[in-house]
Design a protein around this ligand. Structure first.
Ligand code: SF4
Length: 345
């Protein structure tokens, strides 16, 4: 079985009804579709609200864009000094080498950039300029490979990237943001793992998963192979209406990470990406859910609930008492202490 990429393939696999084909084809004109075999197998066709299906099967509601939504919700472009680099915080950069993913999440914050019609893969010249930028900026301690999903690259390409980073003395940490261990666990083989290591650098892998069912035995084994090799794993999840916005599901997800030796790191408030309002809950609801985790599950299992402030101002930690209301909006502070207004749901 191969990755499902067209509305017709979704209909053939009973993931949408024949009657939905026309409207889902309209969605596909705007946003990429990909459901890997592992995720397609995990979907319960008898559950109309299956949390795996909701993450990957397109819905007609994606065609509705609300006024506050934007093509670049976390403001990557405002902080991109050269193609492929986002330098938002002083000591770290994003390196976006590829804008392809093994699955396309319906709530993706970079949905206007990823996929076959997205920004593609950095050309060799653009990659040279990106590495030159990292080498020239001695304050860069950490490089975060994201995109897209960097683990779709071949071990040879990944190894080349790591060797280039290995030659830059001031870079100490290399972090990969990926969904691959969950959605294509078979890809995490000895060659890929070897490619992620480089002499003198510490490798982190931030695993993106949103529901405990994603941590299948195969996914847990893929993570075990990574951790056993010396890679440090952390998690990132998005708080999504209808998928994980209840205390039992969140608790089970965080416990599943810890059992898999993946330290819960970020729980993201969903971004203002186009056509994703059906996934968003209010900050108030998110805060209540996160507050409910305290005491309920071990401190090891507690994620940090964060909002990426629209416009590229970076993350605000949304602790149970962090965001106050002003002018009908939430007031949140960025890492420089500057206040911003964020709309209610
Ligand atoms: S894997 Fe990440 S970048 Fe790719 S579609 Fe999902 S959220 Fe977007």
């Amino acid at each position: 079985m191969s990755t499902l990429r067209t509305p017709r393939e979704l209909a053939d696999r009973d993931l949408i009804s024949p009657g939905q084909l026309g409207e889902i084809e309209r969605v596909a004109e705007h946003y990429a579709i990909a459901i890997s075999p592992a995720m397609a197998a995990l979907i319960d066709r008898n559950d109309p609200n299956d949390p795996i299906a909701l993450q990957f099967v397109p819905q007609v509601s994606e065609l509705m864009t609300t006024p506050e939504e934007r093509n670049d919700p976390i403001g990557d472009l405002a902080h991109s000094p050269v193609e492929g680099i986002v330098h938002r915080y002083p000591d770290r950069v994003l390196l976006k080498a590829v804008h392809v993913c093994p699955v396309y999440c319906r709530f993706c914050f970079r949905r206007e950039m990823v996929g076959p019609q997205g920004l593609g893969t950095l050309s060799p010249d653009a990659l040279d300029r990106a590495f030159a930028y990292i080498a020239e900026h001695r304050e860069i301690w950490e490089v975060i490979l994201t995109g897209g999903d960097p683990l779709v690259l071949s071990p040879r390409r990944l190894s080349e990237l790591m060797q280039r980073l290995a030659s830059i003395e001031h870079v100490k940490i290399v972090r990969f943001h990926t969904r691959v261990p969950v959605v294509e666990p078979e890809r995490v083989d000895a060659a890929l793992i070897a490619a992620l290591r480089a002499s003198g650098k510490t490798t982190y892998v931030a695993l993106h998963a949103n529901h405990p069912r994603e941590l299948t035995p195969a996914a847990r084994e893929a993570c075990a192979r990574l951790v056993d090799s010396g890679v440090v794993m952390i998690s990132q999840s998005v708080l999504l209406k209808g998928i994980n916005d209840d205390p039992n599901t969140l608790a089970a997800l965080m416990r599943a990470f810890v059992e898999t030796r993946v330290k819960p790191y970020y729980l993201h408030h969903p971004d203002l990406a186009p056509g994703t309002s059906h996934f968003r809950l209010s900050l108030e609801e998110g805060r209540a859910l996160v507050a409910g985790l305290r005491g309920r599950i071990s401190g090891l299992c507690q994620p940090t609930y964060v909002l990426d402030i629209p416009g590229g101002y970076g993350k605000a930690v949304i602790s149970p008492d962090a965001a106050s209301m002003r002018d009908g909006c939430y007031a949140v502070s960025d890492f420089r202490g500057v206040e911003h207004l964020y709309p209610p749901a």
